[in-house]
Design a protein around this ligand. Sequence first.
Ligand code: ASP
Length: 429
Amino acid sequence: MSKLKNAKSKLLLFILASLILGAILGMIVSSAASEATTAKLIAISDPVGKIFIRLLKMIVMPVIIFTLISGVSSISPKDLGIVGIIILVFYIGTSIISSVFGLVVGNIFKPGLGLDLDLTLATTKEFVKPSFVDTLLATIPTNPFSSFANGDGDVLPTIFFAIFFGISLAFCRDNEKTKENAEIVYRFFDGCTNIIIKVVSWIMYYAPIGVFALIFTVFAQNGPSSLGSLLKVTYTIYIAFAIQLIIVYSLINLAFGINPKKFLNKISEPLFTAFVTRSSGGTLPISMRVVDEKMGINQGIYSFTLPLGATINMNGTAIYLGICSIFIANASNAPLNFDSQLTVVIVSVLAAVGTAGVPGAGSIMLLMVLNSIGLDINSNTNVAAAYGMIVGIDSLLDMGRTALNISGDLCGTAVVAKVTKQMDMTKWE
Ligand code: ASP
């Protein structure tokens, strides 16, 4: 087990190192090599980077279908009750707030603007951004199978169908008559989710090479100017994370009579664990111990709300998806209009629900958000290059978003416990 962890953290280091190496070599080429040599080198790095992009694209649809169906159907309607309803409203509500908030911060800082990726080898397509109403209508698939099969990814109709199917499956699992067969279907999708997460982790072994090639291409074309953009998107995301953690959750806590300062103090251990492990699922045992011992919350509450939160409540991921969409759109010279941003809100909330609580899952979901607003990494090299830049620094961004993801779960759990009077207030004195 510890060997596996070691290998994983080495891989992260490799990805980060390949980003730095790709950037340095790219900058050297951009300033020292002739135009013809630069073009030749890019002609080599371009397909190497595209292999990575194609591998990622390959798994988008299966990831959406498997994770959404198994995630949604894991909630039993029978067990929902008042606690379930409050926590669902809290989780979905804060996910929407986070996604809107991410876009607001993104619009203020405008990361990616001026990066002006202009890859001469790009086969840049004209972006056709659908209107919000058209997007909503197109969300209902007339034939879900053609949506799954569509190479360019009919992402929204696929999400719609997967959620519909997942809810129906949850009801069938609760029904005496259909229970037995539904259980088999549930286990099938749950098993497929485990398998596709394994596939993702194997694809990530190619990430150091893929990221190197993508970043090299960007820097060889654009020189050092890309460095500032990467820095800007990172601090924009972290500013949004900090505001959400310190201000938004504190206001929510205050509204429900929970001391915000003490709350932040009590969650420091799971917060730190999430930051270093980059896994909501992995942080779960620590979160459970903290709410039990330090917050005095009844086990009947947290044994339901925390695992549910680690599965569907990803506030940090929702913020990240919004800001990265703005970054990639700006960097590809296709800034998002209002309708596209509305689409980003809806899709990133759904994507956050479908994001598995494992390291790096959010960066796969980003592909699905990009797809829904017409930014397709297959047909546009600039989008692929900007996406590659994000993947290069993903471990850095994943730390913060995972910490925020579990803070949201803890805040929701505390609120539900307070509202339903299942909190030992002597622990808060
Ligand atoms: N690593 C995150 C988590 O476990 C998910 C993500 O990649 O956004 O919460």
